[in-house]
Design a protein around this ligand. Structure first.
Ligand code: UDP
Length: 237
């Protein structure tokens, strides 16, 4: 399989078309941004770590019945994925209050939520990805009712699968962000990535942050924390 042209360059990944119909290649970068691009930096080896973490978790989800874009890991930082049209929503799943939810609702970070919370943000960098509800999504035509119902059900199931898998590895799944897309055949599947860039992972015993908050908040040992997540997934201690 050959890359043909670069279609898109985002903050953390590049996406290429290929000579195979319906197949894209994503290439993970070491670049890191936070606060809607205001803070910029690099995290050494992030691209290859996130590529492997995301592929590992996507394959786990596939086995558990969640359709994903994953096709084949091609190299350290490149993966073949199913071509999709991305639904312009970020789906945020929360188990424990942190980040913007803690700020918005005046909750102490670490407060356990009484039930899992699903939130939707409209993917619009120029607007700072604003929070939207089901009515906004319908009114703006961001997703069809049945797509919204399906991606919500998938998101809750993904939370159950990943939450219990990670707990066994000593990682608490605090919150995370998902993106879904529609294939040329009209099927809704999980796309984008699942990595320490897009999840909050706290060590179950010590509470140590093993995710992008180390970069956002200048906590140090960012690369080591990402590496630690990969090691635990690979069963390396
Ligand atoms: N998140 C993400 N991309 C975004 C916004 C959020 O991957 O553009 C993830 C973030 O890493 C965290 C969860 O979604 O795991 C909830 O993020 P929150 O709304 O608290 O925003 P933040 O505090 O990151 O601004």
């Amino acid at each position: 399989m050959q890359k043909t042209q670069q279609l898109y360059e985002g903050k953390a990944k590049k996406v290429y078309a290929t000579d195979e119909a319906g197949v894209y290649i994503v290439s993970y970068k070491d670049d890191a941004t936070a606060f809607n691009g205001l803070k910029k930096g690099t995290i050494e080896h992030k691209g290859s770590i996130n590529n492997r973490v995301s592929n590992h978790l996507m394959q786990l989800l596939e086995k558990e019945g969640i359709p994903t874009h994953f096709l084949k890991e091609l190299s350290d930082r490149e993966t073949a994925v199913r071509k999709v049209r991305i639904i312009p929503l970020e789906v945020i799943v929360r188990n424990i209050a942190a980040g913007s939810l803690a700020t918005r609702l005046g909750l102490e970070e670490g407060t356990k939520l009484r039930c899992t919370v699903l939130e939707f943000c409209y993917k619009r960098d120029d607007l700072g990805d604003p929070l939207v509800n089901e009515y906004h999504i319908k009114a703006l035509g961001l997703a069809l009712d049945e797509e919204l119902a399906q991606l919500s059900a998938y998101s809750l199931k993904i939370n159950d699968i990943l939450g219990s898998y990670l707990r066994d590895l000593g990682i608490e799944l605090v919150d995370f962000k998902l993106e879904f897309g529609i294939t040329d055949e009209g099927k809704l599947i999980l796309a984008d990535e699942i990595s320490p860039d897009t999840c909050r992972f706290w060590d179950t015993k010590t509470g140590k942050k093993l995710d992008k908050d180390r970069f956002r908040r200048d906590l140090g040992s960012v690369e080591e924390a990402y590496q630690e997540v990969l090691f635990r997934l690979m069963g390396i201690n």
